[in-house]
Design a protein around this ligand. Structure first.
Ligand code: FAQ
Length: 350
């Protein structure tokens, strides 16, 4: 539905794509030569800078500044935790879906989120941290997950609103991450975005059906959009003026756009889609600004975002209690898997 932000093959004014690739490779070869000077930190930094400047990927084997590594672990882990905690609000509707078809679709979607968590934990592990350590950091509060999953799913229409708005916001935020400078994260995001796009459509279709159903169904759909709109806008993070990591993340080409730019892109996209749905975006300040060629809109309550991030949202306690319980109840599975793996290593091939 959104396409992506990759430039086409004829993009650019400097000799087209092939010319750009050639120039980038030449820069890389020169930098790699310099990087071979063993133990020379300046040469290593030069190599890293040249790879970033040439829009190439940093891979796990490459030298990278400690702060780059730490920043990636922070963001990728937070992203992975979000996918796993994000299974809860929707998972609670699997047994209550209104038909077998809806149940099967929702079950598949929630399973996809588990898969996204796994790709992301695996991407973080390439940076030298183990999944067990990351899970511990989530459970003891040293790492976070997205604020959005601390809101409750009160009706079936909330499953539609999550798909349309939450997955929609995730796609707008994550398509640029397919071009992130760290290879394993960028590659994980390509697959995740394809699946998120399907998720977004299933939510849109639920709302479309409800919106055109009975009066009560239409009202339920509108109520869900009313409750999920501002928390979805807040998913993009604090305003640029308060964003602590954006400047450095953008310089390193981890993030490609600022929080506010992505939020604006999301609003502009939703306005047209809401029209087709026949639902209202709950913002009296929403209007087209001819000069900016974008919509003016009311910002989410950033104080509320900070409170929710710090643990004081409607469902923070419930989400973490559920995750801790699932983790301890799953201990026997991890032990059995480890015992099986150890046994496999003992088997001597005939
Ligand atoms: N929630 O300096 P910035 C999904 C924190 S996946 C919680 O602007 P940054 C799929 C931030 O960590 C949704 N914390 O930070 C799905 C930092 O704190 P720290 C998750 C937030 O990293 C759908 C501080 O505030 N997506 O939905 C939030 O440059 C349906 C300062 O902020 C991702 O994780 C927030 N909303 O930008 C699954 C995408 N916003 O770490 C199931 C990857 C900010 O210094 C069902 N992540 N913070 O203590 C990103 O793009 C970025 O990390 C941002 C934040 C945009 C989230």
């Amino acid at each position: 539905m959104y396409g992506n932000d990759f430039a086409g093959p004829d993009a650019g004014s400097d000799g087209g794509l092939l010319g750009q690739v050639e120039a980038a490779e030449a820069a890389l070869r020169a930098a790699a030569l310099r990087g071979r000077v063993e133990g020379d930190p300046a040469a290593l930094q030069d190599y890293f800078d040249a790879v970033i400047a040439a829009d190439q990927k940093i891979e796990p084997r490459d030298w990278m500044p400690d702060a780059y590594r730490r920043g990636l672990v922070r963001q990728i882990a937070q992203h992975a935790h979000s996918e796993i905690i994000g299974m809860q609000p929707e998972g609670s509707w699997i047994t209550r879906a209104p038909s077998l078809k809806r149940k099967a679709i929702l079950l598949a979607k929630v399973q996809d989120e588990a898969g996204h968590g796994l790709y992301l934990y695996a991407a973080a592990e390439t940076l030298g941290v183990s999944r067990a350590e990351l899970v511990d950091m989530l459970l003891d509060g040293r790492q976070k997950y997205s604020s959005i999953f601390n809101y409750p799913t009160l009706t079936w229409a909330d499953i539609g609103a999550i798909g349309w708005l939450v997955d929609g916001a995730a796609i707008v935020n994550q398509v640029p991450l397919c071009r992130c400078s760290y290879g394993p994260y960028a590659r994980a995001m390509i697959r995740i975005c394809k699946e998120e796009s399907f998720h977004q459509r299933q939510g849109y279709e639920i709302l479309h059906t409800l919106s055109r159903g009975t009066q009560a169904q239409h009202e339920m759909a509108q109520d869900a959009v009313d409750r999920w709109w501002y928390p979805s806008l807040a998913m993009f993070g604090p305003p640029d003026t308060d964003s602590t990591h954006s400047a450095q993340s953008m310089a390193w080409k981890i993030k490609r756009f600022s929080n506010d730019d992505l939020r604006q892109r999301f609003v502009d996209m939703c306005v047209q889609q809401a029209g087709v749905l026949g639902l209202r975006i709950p913002d009296p300040g929403l209007r087209w600004n001819e000069e900016r060629q974008a919509h003016d809109f009311t910002a989410p309550d950033y104080d509320e975002l900070m409170r929710v991030i710090k643990g004081d949202g409607p469902c923070n306690e419930e989400r973490m209690a559920h995750r801790r319980r699932a983790h301890s109840e799953g201990a026997w599975v991890r032990e059995a898997a480890a015992a099986y793996a150890a046994k496999q290593q003992e088997v001597v091939p005939a």
